[in-house]
Design a protein around this ligand. Structure first.
Ligand code: NAI
Length: 427
């Protein structure tokens, strides 16, 4: 069942909902000069004609602009969510009304419905896949290996998805080429750092209506996302504590002036905890026992396994909704620990979560669009496995953005090119 059919079942005025979704998409598009430029090009040249693209991504306005761009390029697109809580139903319904697009994404699905929607996308027999978290690629390999021969390639959006694909690749189990969109400079230096920093902090502030100033914010993981969260929290006058397992990252955080502590110690000090590791069991029973009354726990990593909610549930004598998007777990000694968005990535799964700012996603999705074009044009030249996105594609997207911003920059002279390539020049 498409999202339109499913939403129709419980919403009276579906047309009004569709219009709301369309309005959000139009607003996003206005602020996405890269996708505007690519869709003009795609409309004229139709480079994706004849392809069927299967997508599992966070279905909200910016993603919808990407989906529509791919359809304008001539593809048939089937899309669903990559998280049970991140879909915006109005956008999903609006997307389903776009020519050559079918959306199966609905917010608030259980695990069975979530995978059923992925199956519905796979029923379209995609020739290209676009994932955020690799659930679709994994499902195709596990359940539908017969489709692999007709899949030319795919693209993966996030760190956790790229980790999963690399693990599959190392085991010799990844059977078609996948671009690691996450790993491009145009994606992770902006999306993971600034996007996650800004949107996680604003989603937490809006969900709790609490201030950052003077709070002790514990950031678990000082990778791209953690650096963004730490920097923005510091900018909002919080005291930032970083927890890391990688010695050079811990040192980097220390040299940036943050307190670096083991989680067992940070647990006692923190007012707000934000996990950004892509790992599991980062905050566990040991830590819950040390936390102060009123502590806020939020996750910005891809999966909901960073805060061990089963252990928290075991410790709790009561749990209840403290606010929309906030669940309080009451401990035997009366302390209340507040979990946001069920421990799912807070910037998208909180009821107010809008995901990253539009401009940031324009860059990430610009890379997705040129990767899909590359798969169509040159897919046969890539072997099965994980591939870096060719640097010229990343630069192409950067140039479109610079042009849209009216930013001019220098280029190398011939002498400089020759100098940089030579080893004979010395003192
Ligand atoms: P990264 O690999 O750059 O950083 C992760 C860091 O966590 C590493 O420095 C690692 O050493 C550290 N770490 C691992 N286990 C740890 C533990 N037990 N305790 C403390 N630190 C630990 O990855 P990146 O790009 O920062 O992504 C992190 C997660 O966020 C991934 O799951 C990714 O998919 C997700 N993500 C979420 C976004 C969002 O919108 N919320 C946007 C982009 C990525």
């Amino acid at each position: 069942m498409s999202s339109y059919e499913r939403v129709t079942a419980h919403v009276e005025d579906v047309e009004a909902l569709r219009e709301e979704g369309r309005q959000k998409m139009d607003w996003a598009l206005q602020h996405m000069p890269i996708l505007q430029s690519l869709r003009e090009d795609f409309a004229a040249t139709k480079p994706l004609t004849g392809e069927t693209i299967g997508m599992a991504m966070h279905v909200e306005a910016k993603t919808a602009v990407l989906v529509e761009t791919l359809a304008i390029g001539g593809a048939e697109v089937a899309v669903t969510g990559c998280n049970p809580l991140s879909t915006h139903d109005d956008v999903s319904v609006a997307l389903d009304a776009v020519d050559n697009v079918t959306s199966y994404a609905v917010r608030g699905v259980d695990d069975e419905e979530y995978y059923a929607a992925i199956e519905s996308v796979i029923d379209h027999e995609p020739t290209i896949t676009v994932d955020d978290g690799a659930d679709m690629v994994f499902r195709i390999h596990q359940e539908h290996p017969e489709l692999i021969d007709s899949i030319v390639g795919g693209a993966e959006e996030t760190t956790t998805g790229v980790h999963r694909l690399r693990a599959m690749d190392q085991d010799g189990e990844l059977k078609y080429p996948m671009f690691a969109v996450n790993d491009t400079p145009m994606k992770r230096l902006f999306d993971n750092v600034h996007g996650t920093g800004e949107s996680a902090l604003s989603a937490i502030a809006m969900t709790t209506n609490l201030s950052w100033a003077g709070k002790t914010v514990v950031v678990a993981g000082y990778g791209y996302c953690g650096q963004g969260v730490a920097k923005k929290a510091e900018g909002l006058d919080a005291n930032v504590v970083v927890c890391e397992v990688e010695p050079r990252k811990a040192l980097e955080a220390h040299m940036e002036g943050y307190d670096v502590l083991p989680m067992a110690e940070a647990a006692r000090q923190g007012d707000v905890f934000i996990t950004t590791t892509g790992n599991r069991d980062v905050i566990t029973e040991l830590h819950f026992e040390e936390m102060q009354d009123g502590a806020i726990l939020a996750n910005a990593g891809h999966f909901d396994v960073e805060i061990n909610l089963d252990e928290l549930d075991d410790l709790a004598v009561d749990r209840y909704e403290a606010r929309d998007g906030v669940e309080a777990f009451e401990m035997e000694d009366g302390r209340r620990l507040n979990v946001l968005a069920e421990g799912r990535l807070v910037n998208l799964a909180a009821p107010v979560g809008l995901g990253h700012p539009v401009e940031v996603m324009d860059q990430s999705f610009g890379i997705q669009a040129v990767c899909v074009r590359e798969i169509v044009e040159n897919g046969d030249s890539y072997e099965a496995g994980v591939h870096e996105v060719p640097d010229e594609l990343d630069k192409e997207v950067a140039q479109i953005k610079l042009a849209a911003e009216g930013v001019e920059h220098d280029g190398l002279t011939d002498e400089q090119v020759e100098y940089m390539a030579s080893w004979q020049h010395g003192t």
